[in-house]
Design a protein around this ligand. Structure first.
Ligand code: COA
Ligand code: AMP
Length: 631
């Protein structure tokens, strides 16, 4: 067991150029690459330099030309609007070509940025693919972020155009997007020239004359636009993700390497066949949505389910099984938190028993560690392999997985199995030396990263190098900590930075602390991520009042909660905070967040030898008990 995997993995590292060139042959290139791998700008590496292709052509037009025109490409299933729509590859090509014509009519061309602020709906995917068709660089912003976050992204990406929908729908609540967008554009220094507004019947937006254009009117007179031949190394998109500061990082993915590895992953990681139905139950605003709702399934010729709903509440905990039955889903990819939500509402899996899952083959989980309880529950209920796999916005495709398309390795609950071919994953100690198998350390990838991973940050090579490549020269720092066991299985245990994972969403506690600290009555503060049975982690704030400030705790907490919601967005799920007299610190003044987290999670705490005053820990414990933690 494992020999076939070992052989492929070994080849991927020993002969990466031959390995990835063979994978690249599966796509259409307008011009073949000059060099598979280019180390000339090390430590910034590039793949398929000199090659020319178009990702949209490979994901859409190519399939029509090869006889898949009538096959479903997108299956839109929206319980929140009671809509289902199947879009064939031919229809998708025609819609995308026409929308590319709209963008072109507004002057959008290769290299221009287009911001997309839309929920999971076909028009958003059409918008993304139309950008890819022209070589414009899209940047999708998740709807759950507040105006200020949107403004930061507008200022960094400097989009000429914004594609927006008038609203999103959260279960049964209509969330108007236009006021958020208008406020973001007010706040941003950079002003997009135009906003193309898709008016949804649930909430129509007021248009600003001269800037905002009605989507339907714009497409009415549009002419189709052909695919533009792009350099493999041209950026396809920018996706912002939380970094260690309040400023998000603009992760770039390019055209060539990304298309090659996504296509490869559909076969070798996810074990799919072209024509089958793949469903990534995520949002197009996240990395999973970019790679596994939009690009990978389409590049590979699958039908991709685009779901606008939740695992529970739209209308019940049977939603996932209903979608699997309705559309004949072969493989589902989601976050463990979705399964925890289903398990919470339907512990005996009664709903699951009332829907057929003929042809359903595997469940893949990622976005956070798959806790063994949830994993076992899913295995027992579904009777198919449940695969935990590990990746990041930066990698764009899995870094560790049980590659079902190569061979199914034994599952160890709690581990995402082994490093995927192309990734030379190591575990290092503080001094940058490799630790023995079974020992904890920083998880890194020996450079170069395989194709498809971020080549750099948007217009910020320096930031790319300092953020990811400087701490351990010669390695990419994942900012995850864990170990590799005797069998080479990886165990991803925690982050080494201030990032927490809330319902599969990556959030910076540092960014939340910046907001708390800005409150006029707060002298100092800390935000930690504590364990949560549903969301994996949730943030909790601690505020120390300024001398002389006398405030009711409940009132102040309400203000802090409101300001995080207002400035980061509801997605932060920041709902609890306590006022404390002091924060526990080391003698050198470092706040002991890790110790506070252990107290909150009721884990045994070893009093840190460097602590300034151990009594403070008891005060913290009592404060946490008041809000239901630290039992
Ligand atoms: N637009 C506006 N608001 C949004 C939003 C969007 N696109 N997405 C989420 N929100 C809001 C929610 O309404 C909620 O607001 P509230 O505090 O007023 O209730 C808040 O942001 C948090 O949302 P969410 O994280 O979705 O939590 P939830 O409690 O509504 O649902 C789960 C919990 C587990 C059902 C949900 O998180 C889920 O389905 N997760 C799947 C995981 C996933 O998609 N991960 C992506 C990576 S694979
Ligand atoms: P994101 O960039 O939002 O996809 O978040 C990436 C981070 O989520 C990783 O760095 C990990 O911390 C965490 N993560 C993703 N998948 C897993 C997994 N399978 N196991 C443990 N942690 C994971």
């Amino acid at each position: 067991m494992g020999e076939r995997f070992d052989e492929i993995y070994r080849r991927s590292l020993a002969e990466p150029e031959i390995f990835w060139a063979a994978a690249a042959e599966r796509l259409h290139w307008d011009k073949r690459w000059d060099r598979v791998f280019d180390p000339s700008r090390a430590p910034i590496y590039s793949w398929f330099g000199g090659g020319k292709l178009n990702t949209c052509y490979n994901a859409v037009d190519r399939h029509v030309e090869n006889g898949r025109g009538d096959q479903p490409a997108l299956i839109y299933d929206s319980p929140v609007t009671q809509t289902q729509r199947v879009i064939s590859y031919r229809e998708l090509r025609d819609e995308v070509a026409r929308f590319a014509g709209v963008l072109s009519a507004y002057g959008i061309e290769k290299g221009d940025r287009v911001l997309v602020y839309m929920p999971n709906m076909p028009e958003a995917v059409v918008g993304m693919l139309a950008c890819a068709r022209l070589g414009a660089i899209h940047s999708v912003v998740f709807g759950g972020f507040a105006a200020e976050e949107l403004a930061t992204r507008i200022d960094d990406a400097q989009p000429r155009l914004v594609l927006a929908a008038s609203c999103g729908i959260e279960v049964d609540r209509v969330i108007p997007y236009k006021p958020l967008l208008d406020r973001a554009i007010d706040l941003s220094k950079h002003k997009p020239e135009k906003v193309l507004m898709l008016q949804r019947p649930q909430c129509r937006a007021d248009l600003i004359a001269g800037r905002d254009v009605d989507w339907e009117t714009a497409i009415a007179s549009a002419l189709p636009h052909a695919c533009v031949s792009l350099d493999a190394t041209d950026p396809l998109y920018i996706l912002y993700t939380s970094g260690t500061t309040g400023v998000p990082k603009g992760v770039v993915h390019d055209n060539g390497g990304y298309a090659v590895t996504l296509h490869w992953s559909m076969e070798y990681v996810y074990n799919m066949q072209p024509g089958e139905v793949f469903w990534a139950a995520s949002d197009i605003g996240w990395a999973v949505g970019h790679s596994y709702i939009v690009y990978a399934p389409l590049l590979y010729g699958c039908a991709s389910v685009l779901y606008e709903g939740k695992p529970v509440g739209t209308p019940d905990a049977g939603a996932f099984w209903r979608v699997i039955e309705d559309h004949g889903v072969h493989t589902l990819f989601t976050a463990p938190t979705a399964f925890r939500a289903i398990k919470r509402d339907d512990p005996d899996a009664v709903f699951a028993k009332s829907y057929a899952r003929n042809g359903f083959r595997a469940l893949f989980l990622a976005g956070e560690r798959a806790d063994p309880d949830t994993l076992e529950w899913a295995e027992n209920m579904l009777n198919v392999p449940v695969i935990d796999h590990w990746w990041q916005t930066e990698s764009g495709w899995p870094m560790a997985a049980n590659c079902l398309g190569i061979e199914s390795l034994p599952v160890k609950h709690g581990s995402p199995t082994r490093a995927v071919p192309g990734y030379d994953v190591r575990v290092l100690n503080e001094a940058g030396q490799e630790v023995p198998r079974g020992s904890m350390g920083a998880i890194v990838v020996k450079l170069p990263l395989p194709p498809g991973c971020l080549p750099t940050l948007w217009e910020n090579d320096e930031g790319f190098v300092s953020t990811y490549l400087s701490r351990f020269p010669g390695y990419y720092e994942t900012a995850d900590a864990g170990m590799q066991d005797e069998d080479g299985y990886l165990w991803i245990m925690s982050r080494t930075d201030d990032i927490i994972n809330v319902a599969g969403h990556r959030l910076s506690t540092g960014a939340m602390e910046e907001i708390l600290a800005a409150h006029p009555d707060v002298a100092e503060c800390a935000v930690i991520g504590v364990s949560d049975a549903l969301k994996g982690q949730i943030p909790i704030g601690f505020a120390v009042l300024k001398a002389g400030a006398s405030r009711e705790e409940a009132e102040l907490v309400a203000e802090l909660v409101a300001s995080v919601r207002d400035r980061i967005g509801p997605v932060a799920a920041f709902k609890q905070a306590v006022v404390v007299d002091r924060l526990p610190k080391t003698r050198s003044g470092k706040v002991l967040r890790g110790t506070m987290r252990k107290i909150a999670d009721s884990v045994e705490v070893r009093i840190p030898p460097t602590i300034d005053d151990p009594v403070i820990l008891d005060e913290i414990r009592l404060s946490l008990r008041r809000i239901g933690y630290a039992r």
